[in-house]
Design a protein around this ligand. Structure first.
Ligand code: PMP
Length: 402
């Protein structure tokens, strides 16, 4: 018998399974609201014009070759990425107590962060929001964390943030627990704390000595303003927290498959920098040796060239405003149809996703009867909506709910 004979089949990953089902669906009405990627109003993927232009420049640049990058990546990229998240006026940067290492997009940043926290700092306990991006649990469990907990976050009845529940759960967390916080555009709920609520979260985390790990997958993509979207991170840094930020350039640069990411480390003082850097180097060396250059070169060139950076700012504004427009249209159409329930949460949420509040049965109806694909939690990718399909989707939701 084969040595592989007893390998059990693992469960499918819902979001990829849905996309496969969508591709196989012959209906002309089909709509994919599952996978987290931007779509234009014509329903197409979008290469940001500034990215395309930069790619062409890189492809014809005789000075660029395919030698290995350093283990911790392209320095002009990590510097620009770290500055993008902390802000050019950041005290932590001026005092040289913050730096970044390149990672395999946001997922890789989370994995490298988890490896460091577990193996260097001996952390066993991590808390993530309920609900959260489902990979948080897997990354930390695979790394070896033994105590994985969720904290309350979403109030399904009120369709808003359950701050009281969140604070109560974090109050129970042992000192030194790693707390994963979504920097902005919380996935999957689209619901972020207000500035006032972030202050309360920071108060509690400071008092309980909890470690903030910010997952920043949507900077600039949420509000259209990268500074605004980094508010919570900068607030924690200003208050003196030591923390990690896991940055992805998948959404805000549309570089999904190119895996451009950065792990930013903010320390109390620069004295610990070389030690941390050397340990991160060893972690990355053992995982994949060194990162891919292509996406990092693009991001570096754009962020470090003022007119290209300006063009990028225009593109993130246009993506985020198209999403906001779809939120408003969907809410207005559901209200106009007299769909039972309150739909204001759709416009109060921010970023790529909306937690619609649709239940599993209603989701089943949408998929089976209407060829509209979404996660069974009721999460939809707002970018999958456009002026061509929004009437169809609103009518279908109305029918599924009524
Ligand atoms: N964190 C969150 C909350 C996300 O939504 C995503 C993207 N789906 C990521 C991290 C990481 O994505 P990537 O590895 O593609 O950068």
């Amino acid at each position: 018998a084969s040595i592989f004979a007893n390998v059990p089949k693992g469960p499918a990953i819902e979001v990829f399974a849905l996309t496969r089902a969508f591709q196989d669906d012959a209906s002309t009405k089909k709509v994919n609201l599952s996978v987290g990627a931007y779509r234009t109003d014509a329903g197409q993927p979008w290469v940001l014009p500034v990215v395309r232009k930069t790619e062409v420049g890189i492809a014809t640049d005789e000075l660029i070759n395919h030698e290995y990058l350093p283990v911790t990546g392209l320095e002009s990229f990590t510097r620009a990425a770290t500055e993008l998240v902390l802000g050019s006026e950041s005290k932590a940067l001026k005092e040289k107590r913050a730096f970044g290492v390149q990672t395999i997009s946001g997922t890789g940043a989370l994995r490298v962060a988890a490896e460091f926290l577990h193996h260097q700092l001996k952390r066993q306990t991590v808390y993530y929001s309920n609900p959260t991006w489902e990979n948080h649990h897997k990354i930390f469990a695979d790394t070896g964390f033994t105590k994985l907990h969720s904290y309350r976050y979403w109030d399904q009845n009120k369709r808003q943030l359950d701050l009281e529940g969140m604070l109560a759960d974090l109050d129970q967390a042992p000192a030194e627990s790693v707390i994963i916080l979504h920097a902005c555009a919380h996935n999957p709920t689209g619901m972020d704390p207000t500035h006032e609520q972030w202050k309360q979260i920071a108060d509690l985390m400071e008092r309980k000595k909890l470690f903030p790990l910010f997952d920043s997958a949507y900077q600039g993509f949420a509000s259209g303003d990268p500074d605004l979207d980094a508010w919570a991170i900068r607030y924690f840094v200003d208050r003196g927290f030591e923390l990690f930020v896991c940055q992805s350039f998948a959404k805000n640069f549309g570089l999904y498959c190119e895996r451009a990411g950065n792990l930013t480390i903010v320390q109390q003082s620069g004295a610990t920098r070389d030690m941390i850097h050397s340990q991160l180097t060893l972690i990355i060396r053992g995982l994949y040796s060194n990162p891919p250059a292509y996406g990092a070169r693009i991001v570096s060139k754009v962020l470090n060239t003022p007119d290209l950076r300006q063009e990028w700012m225009e593109s993130i504004k246009s993506m985020s405003s198209r999403i906001r427009q779809m939120r408003k249209l969907l809410r207005d159409k559901l209200v106009a149809l007299g769909t039972p329930g309150n739909w204001d949460h759709i416009v109060n949420q921010i970023g790529m996703f909306s937690y619609t509040g649709l239940n599993e049965k209603q989701v089943g109806v949408l998929i089976k009867d209407y060829h509209i694909y979404l996660l069974k939690t009721g999460r939809i990718n707002m970018c999958g909506l456009n002026t061509g399909n929004i009437d169809y989707v609103a009518t279908a939701i109305n029918a599924a709910v009524t």
